[in-house]
Design a protein around this ligand. Structure first.
Ligand code: RP5
Length: 182
């Protein structure tokens, strides 16, 4: 009950349209991350974001939405993502990759862009994702960098979540140990 009150106070409870069933409680906080991609062909890369979030106990929902093929649905999702209880949007797309930009244009949530290598070694998608005009930022990770996108989402969510911060610190310690072990 106390935890519920805290969640409501923080404004992270699901809004209208969100069932709440997908939410996973991390400490006293609940987080839900949206993972959107321009095509089903992006799924093998973008599923790494979902699995990374899962290791931190963070719920995610994967959706295929194209800035070009399903623009109305993409815009509708971005415009309602916050009300659906999402705290961060991770958007992956290849080629002329406008999906992350469209998400950022229609949502005030932090948007993390993943350029997908679908052509030209991903350079086309990298530039399309990272070169946002001033005022509408997309935090862009490396080509096919879905794992880092998830870790950046964890960092964002951890700012007001000490338990998640502790998990992230443990992750970094393990990473250092693995690196030193060669
Ligand atoms: C982009 O074009 C998608 O994000 C994908 O990376 C790429 C190829 O899409 P498909 O032709 O496989 O649908 O829109």
């Amino acid at each position: 009950m106390e935890a519920e009150a805290e969640v409501e106070a923080e404004g992270t409870a699901p809004g209208p349209g969100g069932t709440g069933d997908e939410l996973v409680t991390v400490g006293s906080m609940s987080h839900k991350v949206a993972i959107v991609m321009g095509s089903g062909s992006d799924r093998p890369v973008m599923e790494k974001a979902a699995s990374t979030l899962e290791t931190f106990g963070i719920a995610s929902e994967i959706k295929v939405l194209s800035a070009h093929k399903t623009p109305d649905q993409a815009i509708e999702f971005a415009a309602t993502a916050a009300d659906q209880g999402f705290s961060v949007i991770i958007a992956g797309a290849g080629k002329a990759a406008h999906l992350a930009g469209v998400m950022a244009a229609k949502s005030l949530l932090p948007v993390i862009g993943v350029p997908i290598n679908a052509a030209l070694d991903g350079m086309d998608a990298l530039l399309a994702t990272v070169q946002m005009p001033t005022g509408i930022p997309v935090a862009t990770v490396a080509v096919d960098g879905a794992t880092n996108a998830a870790l950046l989402a964890v960092s964002i969510l951890a700012v007001n979540d000490p338990d998640l911060t502790a998990q992230l610190a443990s992750y970094r310690v393990e990473l250092a140990e693995k690196t030193l072990a060669g």
